[in-house]
Design a protein around this ligand. Structure first.
Ligand code: ZN
Length: 191
């Protein structure tokens, strides 16, 4: 019985992760990557739970975005990407010391953590242009380490994402924004 129970729980966890990802408008390929469910089952889940619901969820078709330039195109985008990258790093989805970090394929636990990062991100940056799929693209790119890097600014103590291939290296986006907007009034921290 235990084997049957465990298997049932395993299947249940896959479905729950798939539903959570569909809610974030993840693409079928991304859901398949983490859950191992085939396209047909993912499609049925979407139709059963979301297609005719009160708040319809759009189904993203085709491949995930693979370009990275939009993630750092403006200082604002680079800052947003930096917030998401910090969450990914803190949640162990990639590693700077032991790149690229843990294997993600088929990991329900890490898939859930990715969803949690995205949900936290949406709370922190409610009107962001970064979708779940762009967040996934950012994670893959940081793990590959060939196009995007993460840097720490000693002047303002933030971590930001930058294009490894652009020379000279982009300055810290937060410092740039402060420069553009002129001096800001510092709010004293509550003692
Ligand atoms: Zn800075």
């Amino acid at each position: 019985m235990r084997a049957t129970d465990d298997r049932y729980r395993g299947e249940q966890a896959k479905f729950e992760l798939a539903l959570r990802m569909i809610r974030h408008e993840a693409r079928t390929g991304t859901i398949r990557y983490f859950t191992g469910l085939n396209d047909d089952r993912i499609r049925k889940l979407y139709t059963t739970y979301f297609k005719f619901g009160q708040a319809p969820v759009r189904r993203q078709r085709g491949r995930s975005p693979t370009r990275v330039a939009p993630l750092v195109r403006t200082p604002n985008r680079a800052l947003e990407s930096g917030v998401f990258a910090n969450l990914l790093l803190a949640n162990g989805l990639f590693s700077v010391e032991q790149p690229p970090g843990p294997g993600l394929k088929g990991s329900i636990d890490l898939g859930l953590r990715l969803c949690e990062c995205f949900e936290t991100f949406e709370t922190l940056v409610p009107r962001s242009a970064l979708s779940f799929e762009w967040g996934w693209n950012l994670l893959l790119s940081l793990r590959r380490g060939d196009e995007l890097g993460i840097a720490y600014c000693e002047a303002c103590s933030i971590c930001y994402v930058f294009d490894l291939l652009s020379l000279p290296r982009a300055a810290c986006p937060a410092c740039l924004l402060f420069e553009e907007r002129g001096p800001i009034e510092l709010v004293a921290a509550a003692s």
